[in-house]
Design a protein around this ligand. Structure first.
Ligand SMILES: [Mg+2]
Length: 337
């Protein structure tokens, strides 16, 4: 396994492992040292040890899209993603508020549950399973944004890491294509530009880490709108001067989630350390750790994942770590073909 290959697979496995590690700590306060962080499941949704949550369940269709080959940002590929997410959401216990509202908005509007995770079968619209398209999703995301006045939750950043595997050949223009695809997929559920910007910055940083082993989150600043660059540069500086727990209260917001994850990765000396630091943040632990794991996995490689965690890792739709590795390898080959 080359280093580049190991780091590319690491982005996928690291994100899934962070998700599963944080699952039992979601919505709880920060967990300071020396309390150990364990991949023990539990939490609000009663996860099994090593079971991943919505973060990875929404990332798997992106990984499959890349593995199938072709352009992941084509309208047909985006249609496929929306259809896959819609069918996953029918039985998933933990669809994020914004994502659920957008996906339910694809059909006739029905009352939407107020609290994340509060929606069971009773809250399910009658239209689930019907044809859902990317264009319907974008319109629904816009409607959700207009209704709430904001739509920059962390739900598009949490699932974005596998996309990078389609863009690690080192070809010219690949970084720009990755940025465009990251934003297109974010826009399916999150209208606000901060969400798309965060996905661009993170994906470009993951790609750079896969290709070089280096951590550089500023690299993507040139690929977001010039009017937002200074704001984001300042946010990254703040993260560099902070601990992950400085963002605990607000880490459902994509900006704070990225800052917490970046602070965790930047202060880490191993993949395990990065994921544990992210989970100690508290609140949206699985998502902050899934985000951190995408980048930390690309820095340290899949081989750095503790074997005990890799053994336990599993989740929707009946996959285990080896399945994620096989899909990652297909994804890497598909774009080289
Ligand atoms: Mg989750």
């Amino acid at each position: 396994m080359t280093n580049t290959h190991d780091r590319a697979v690491g982005a996928v496995l690291g994100s899934a492992a962070g998700d599963a590690l944080g699952a039992g700590y979601e919505f709880k306060p920060a967990v300071p040292e020396p309390t150990p962080i364990r991949m023990a499941g539990g939490g609000s949704f009663g996860w099994a040890p090593g079971e991943w949550t919505d973060d990875t369940s929404m990332a798997v269709p992106i990984l499959r899209t890349v593995a199938r080959g072709g352009d992941p940002a084509s309208e047909a590929a985006l249609d496929g993603l929306v259809a896959a997410w819609s069918s996953w959401a029918v039985n998933a216990p933990d669809v994020g508020i914004q994502t659920r509202n957008v996906l339910t908005g694809l059909g006739p509007r029905e009352p939407v549950p107020a609290r994340r995770g509060a929606c069971g079968a009773a809250g399910r619209p009658s239209s689930w399973g019907e044809a859902h398209t990317a264009s319907h999703a974008r319109a629904s995301a816009r409607q959700e944004h207009d209704y709430k006045g904001q739509s920059a939750g962390n739900g598009s950043l949490m699932r974005t890491a596998p996309l990078v595997l389609g863009y690690v050949t080192g070809a010219a223009d690949e970084e720009r294509e990755l940025a465009a695809a990251a934003r297109a997929i974010s826009d399916l559920t999150h209208y606000e530009s901060d969400a798309g910007d965060a996905c661009v910055l993170w994906c470009v940083a993951i790609r750079h880490a896969v290709l070089t082993g280096e951590l550089d989150v500023r690299r993507g600043l040139d690929l977001i709108d010039p009017s937002s660059r200074d704001v984001w540069a300042e946010r990254l500086t703040t993260a560099e001067q902070s601990e992950p727990v400085d963002f605990t209260d607000s880490n459902g917001w994509v900006v704070s989630a990225l800052q917490a994850a970046y602070a965790a990765v930047r202060r880490s000396d191993s993949l395990e350390d990065a994921l544990v630091r992210a989970v100690r943040t508290g609140n949206d632990t699985d998502t902050v750790a899934a985000i951190a794991g995408g980048l930390a996995g690309a820095v340290y490689g899949a081989s750095a994942l503790p074997a005990a965690w890799r053994e336990l890792l599993h989740g929707w739709p009946g996959l285990r770590a080896d399945d994620l590795v096989a899909l990652s390898e297909q994804a890497l080959q598909a774009r080289r073909a």
